[in-house]
Design a protein around this ligand. Structure first.
Ligand code: BES
Ligand code: MG
Ligand code: ZN
Length: 508
């Protein structure tokens, strides 16, 4: 993956008797539920235990959720102890741990900790995968364009040693945590693609990245990129119409991951608008720069395939990325234009800023036609209305199949990438009928904007089990998750999709 490894590269799982603290920048992390003292640790030195208990007695250390206390311990085998507050045990879950770790990441960084020893020997039930994720996502920094030497100015944790109970299955824990480390690395990869400025992240760059990754040894992935001419021949005029205003050549990126024992094929389609100016229906200037993030769906699909190709679950996965820019220009598509999509349906383009659904329409119909997948899921920063409905807390999910939708919701809950379902009744589909064509690309007024967008997409999936994720609110600008720096893209979808695919592979 094209990333600097500012994250954990080594994970060890040991029993309390086997712990040897590495000399140098090491830190012992001891978890602590709210007001649950004395601290539970098998390796904490006696003097430190006394010192920390004194602080607990004075309520300086409380174990409150998202609180931590860092005690420097010069002269000890470890350089410091970090007491990690987990809050009340009855309210605790994996997402709590991700957030607590996210907050504590700042202290680890400030103290230049490179090796974390997490003593969970008396906390059997802690979801350690969430600890790994919180740390890896929390440590991510985007400094591609910064002049300073990143290696000199930032400390980051490179190694994690989990200290587990005598009876624990160290191999199983190690495997699970390695898997989480890899998945969070892929999520950070998606964040990296998305954070990259639009002048450097074009449809061409996305296609190159996909090609490069597929060419890597052992990827089990093949990559095909359809060019403008090929798309024209196939009749993908909805996608091509969007690309008309820009100078960047549109690409349809097709990634195929195949497993010899797979009995199912899932397809993922990610919106790859590398910049959305709105086109002739130009957006206001204020937040237009944020529209470099309009390819977050594409990044999620690409990096999910990266994770999958390392983890090798027994399921076939097709990743499809329609990649374009949406720009005004003398040759740009204009409001009122009518285009014929790949599946033959005609679309009246009443607003050129509703471009995501146009490129997804062709991508969905083509993917179903070409690969005949058992299910198809698209992911897109599709509507501002999704932000109005759910804020930055959950993405909207809609679809025509309860199994697919509910499976995604469950994976979202487990990964902290929450989804909330919106309805998709016929009434909404009616609202998308055109006056001069089969469909209009916008609904009446601004009512139910996320639903009408999904109702439009539904016209391109036929009877294939399908779900649509609208990640306009969760792809960036997220402020409630301390493990995700709010000015960065979140990589939303990578962890959710990967888990969902692994589960399908296991359950046949
Ligand atoms: N990329 C935008 C949606 C978006 C808005 C994402 C805000 C993230 C934050 C999409 O292409 C768009 O412009 N949608 C329009 C649709 C409308 C014209 C029907 C919108 O939401 O305003
Ligand atoms: Mg738009
Ligand atoms: Zn857009």
């Amino acid at each position: 993956m094209m990333l600097k490894p500012d994250m954990i590269t080594k994970i060890n799982v040991v029993k309390p008797g086997e712990v040897v603290f590495e000399e140098g920048e090491s830190c012992l992390v001891v978890p602590c539920y709210y007001k649950d003292f004395p601290l539970e640790s098998a390796v904490l030195g006696e003097e430190d235990e006394v010192a920390l208990q004194a602080l607990a007695d004075r309520e300086i250390i409380t174990g409150k959720v998202k609180s931590y206390y860092y005690l420097p311990t010069p002269g000890r085998a470890y350089k410091g102890v970090l007491v990690l507050g987990l809050g009340a045990s009855y309210e605790f879950n994996a997402e709590t741990l991700r957030r607590c770790v996210g907050v504590a990441t700042a202290a680890l960084k400030r103290n230049r900790v490179q090796h974390v020893y997490f003593d969970v020997s008396r906390f059997e039930a802690l979801p350690l995968e969430a600890f790994v994720e919180g740390l890896n996502l929390g440590q991510y920094r985007f400094d591609t364009y910064r002049q300073f030497d990143a290696d000199n100015t930032t400390g980051s944790v490179r190694e994690l040693t989990l200290i587990v109970d005598e009876d624990a299955d160290t191999e199983r824990i190690g495997r699970a945590c390695q898997q989480s480390a890899l998945i969070s690395l892929a999520a950070n990869g998606a964040r990296h693609f998305a954070n990259t400025a639009a002048n450097d992240m074009t449809p061409e760059t996305l296609a190159l990245a996909a090609r490069e990754f597929a060419a890597m040894e052992g990827s089990q992935c093949t990559c095909t990129v359809l060019e403008r001419d090929q798309m024209a021949e196939l009749g993908m005029n909805a996608l091509l119409g969007v690309a008309k205003g820009g100078e960047e050549a549109p690409k349809l990126i097709l990634l195929e991951y195949r497993h010899p024992d797979a009995s199912r094929t899932a397809a993922l389609v990610g919106k790859g608008v590398t910049f959305d100016s709105g086109g002739i229906s130009l957006k206001p200037a204020g937040k237009m720069h944020e529209m470099k993030f309009d390819m977050c769906g594409a990044a999620a699909v690409l990096c999910t395939l990266m994770a999958v190709s390392h983890l090798k679950p027994a399921i076939n996965v097709i990743g499809v990325i329609p990649a374009v820019t949406n720009m005004p220009g003398g040759r740009a598509q204009t409001p009122g234009d009518i285009v014929r999509a790949y599946n033959g349906k005609t679309i009246e383009v009443l607003n050129t800023d509703a471009e995501g659904r146009l490129i997804l329409a062709d991508a969905l119909a083509y993917t179903i036609d070409k690969y005949d997948p058992d299910c198809i899921v698209d992911i897109a920063t599709l509507t501002g209305a999704a932000v109005v409905a759910l804020g930055h807390v959950a993405a909207a999910v809609l679809g025509n199949d309860d199994t697919v939708v509910n499976g995604l919701i469950a994976s979202g809950e487990a990964t902290g990438e929450r989804l909330w379902r919106l309805p998709l009744w016929r009434d909404y589909e009616k609202q998308m009928e055109g006056s001069f064509a089969d469909l209009s690309n916008i609904g009446p007024d601004r009512e139910a904007g996320s639903i009408t967008a999904a109702a439009f997409l539904k016209a391109f999936v036929g009877s294939t089990p399908w779900a649509h994720l609208d990640i306009a609110g969760t792809a960036y600008g997220v402020k409630n998750k301390p493990y995700l720096e709010s000015k960065y893209a979140t990589g939303f979808g990578v962890r959710l999709f990967t888990r969902w695919l692994l589960e399908q592979a296991e359950n046949g």
